[in-house]
Design a protein around this ligand. Structure first.
Ligand SMILES: Cc1cc2nc3c(=O)[nH]c(=O)nc-3n(C[C@H](O)[C@H](O)[C@H](O)COP(=O)(O)OP(=O)(O)OC[C@H]3O[C@@H](n4cnc5c(N)ncnc54)[C@H](O)[C@@H]3O)c2cc1C
Ligand code: SF4
Length: 515
């Protein structure tokens, strides 16, 4: 007897790539499976907007596939037959529907990759895995590029990617306009009277999804207006956001990339990370669109704005993925400074007198978003200076942001922001006193704390914590050529000044929940 081949293809919640070769032809012997499951809602305490965003986009993607006449099974969170994990649901469907073959796309997360590898190893039907066809680079491309090397410079990787994919390159291997890096033109503060563009937001009614999440008692953080869900939840909206970005934000993207201002929650940032991370948009189409816009109107978009943006995607985003696959699972255990403190309570409420932190946390709870420099130089900077355990910091970042998927969250948090990897991603810790925050924002004006005071009543906590951090980790940092200068300054301070600073820092760490 010949048994007809019946294939089950699993689509993960972050694999909503309609241009994947899987969907090029319609085949009745193939069934696509998407599922909303507790293993995914519960592996971190996610922001409510993140859970809703994923489910809404998955439901829309399933409908799109059905419209194209593909066969789809969609398991909802509260469905009676939902066994709440990938392996259990797949096993149940394979036996009830007599599937003869199972396929999946390479997951981006180590946890899910291991889970599915273990699942297929126990299957008694055949299985195969295909690429997700999303990234510029393969999982192991960074590993191969840096084979035998101890230092993994993002700049080296970025240039290689530009050359390989012929992006802003002339004569095969030379950078367009003579330089690879235009950072000196970027990173300015917002001028006093400058009002950034208001972000393009959507008004999706996702109240039914919210009700299902509440019914299931999924523990979440943050708030949502589910009648007016502002994030893009399908490809059409994602493309609209991309168009908005290249038209209105790209012309000032680089200039104000590091700027911060109270209640200005996205400045000129693209907010495309969610759409890209769940693959509604490909990095190639985002980069190509930006280049196309620049070519159409080079007077309106200076080259350094474009290069600054391309660098984030072809450089940082692909680089972080490469580091993740090179260093996991050990990466998730690294704690270079052996930090042990707990995250202050106010990271979950925004209830702090520190203006910069209050604003960054409040907007994270309200929008499930903060832009890069808020994540790095406000919340991340504080957590590192205060000696918070990287597990605590990771759990917070993995939960709170709509774009947080481990491959890009952990490398940024544990690596770039907390230097817990001892310098794999960054060449020095990103720490600062109040002076950097004041330079790049207007937060310090009107803050309860005084940016200029290092010790005493109302002294800005960043100031003493900063010197305390360098003092505590001198044996690990003093030989770093990018830091040596700070130790010269520290060593020249009067002993009583140093003692006062260290005592102030100790007081703040002891009373961290009251800051
Ligand atoms: C502590 C910390 C945690 C972070 N966690 C995440 C995360 O969970 N998910 C995530 O996607 N990004 C994360 N980032 C990187 C970056 O902050 C976000 O990608 C960016 O803020 C998303 O907003 P945007 O789309 O408006 O970005 P834009 O500023 O408009 O940048 C354009 C795109 O470049 C890419 N990009 C920029 N910087 C980085 C970077 N450092 N690493 C990888 N890609 C980058 C993103 O895809 C982004 O959409 C984190 C950064 C820090 C410092
Ligand atoms: S004074 Fe200190 S705490 Fe207040 S906004 Fe400035 S840097 Fe932040």
């Amino acid at each position: 007897m010949i048994i007809a081949k019946k294939t089950l293809r699993l689509i993960l919640g972050d694999q909503l790539n309609i241009n994947h070769s899987w969907f090029k032809t319609v085949d009745d012997s193939i069934t696509y499976l998407l599922m909303e499951i507790r293993s995914e809602t519960d592996y971190a305490q996610h922001h409510i907007q993140k859970v809703i965003g994923f489910f809404a986009a998955m439901q829309n993607f399933a409908s799109e596939l059905q419209k194209l006449h593909h066969q789809v099974i969609y398991i909802k969170l509260n469905d009676e037959n939902n066994l709440q994990s990938f392996d259990k649901n797949c096993n149940a469907l394979i036996s009830t529907h007599n599937f003869t073959h199972f396929e999946y796309q390479l997951p981006d997360e180590y946890r899910v990759d291991e889970h599915l590898k273990s699942f297929v190893s126990k299957l008694d039907i055949s299985s195969s895995v295909v690429d997700s066809q999303h990234f510029y680079s393969t999982r192991n491309e960074l590993r191969d590029l840096f084979a035998g090397k101890k230092i993994y410079l993002m700049e080296t990787f970025y240039r290689q990617m530009r050359k390989k994919h012929d992006v802003l390159v002339v004569d095969g291997d030379k950078p367009l306009n003579g330089k690879w890096n235009f950072e000196e033109f970027n990173r300015q503060k917002l001028p006093k009277q400058h009002k950034p563009i208001q972000p393009l937001i959507f008004s999706n009614d996702v109240s039914e999804i919210e009700a299902e999440i509440l019914k299931a008692n999924v523990k979440t953080i943050g708030t949502v207006n589910s009648k007016w869900f502002l994030w893009p939840i399908n490809r059409v909206q994602s493309l609209e956001l991309l168009d908005f970005f290249v038209e209105y934000c790209l012309p000032l993207f680089g200039t104000f990339q590091d700027a911060m201002a109270p209640r200005e929650w996205s400045i000129y940032h693209s907010r495309l990370s969610f759409s890209m991370n769940i693959k509604l948009l490909s990095p190639q189409e985002v980069v190509n669109k930006a280049i196309e816009k620049y070519k159409e109107n080079p007077e309106a978009i200076e080259f350094h704005q474009l290069e600054g943006f391309v660098r984030q995607i072809i450089g940082w985003r692909e680089y972080m993925r490469g580091i993740y696959w090179l260093k996991m699972p050990e990466y998730a255990t690294l704690n270079y400074f052996e930090h042990t403190e707990k995250l202050p309570q106010w990271f979950w409420t925004g209830n702090t007198k520190m203006n910069c932190l209050k604003d960054a946390i409040d907007q994270s709870l309200e929008f499930a978003y903060a832009h890069h420099i808020q994540r790095l130089m406000v919340t991340g900077n504080f957590a590192l200076l205060a000696g918070i355990h990287p597990d605590e910091v990771d759990a917070w970042y993995l939960g709170i942001y709509i774009d947080a998927i481990e491959w890009v969250e952990i490398t940024n948090t544990r690596g770039m922001s907390q230097f817990a990897d001892g310098g794999i991603v960054g060449t020095k810790p990103y720490v600062s006193s109040a002076s950097y925050i004041n330079k790049m924002s207007s937060y310090c004006t009107g803050c309860h704390y005084d940016k200029n005071k290092k010790t005493g009543d109302k002294a800005c906590p960043f100031n003493s914590l900063y010197w305390n951090f360098y003092d505590k980790h001198e044996s690990k940092l003093s030989k770093n050529p990018r830091i040596g200068m700070m130790y010269n300054v520290w060593h020249k301070m009067l002993p009583e000044t140093k003692t006062e600073l260290l005592e102030q820092a100790e007081y703040y760490i002891k009373h961290i929940n009251e800051l």
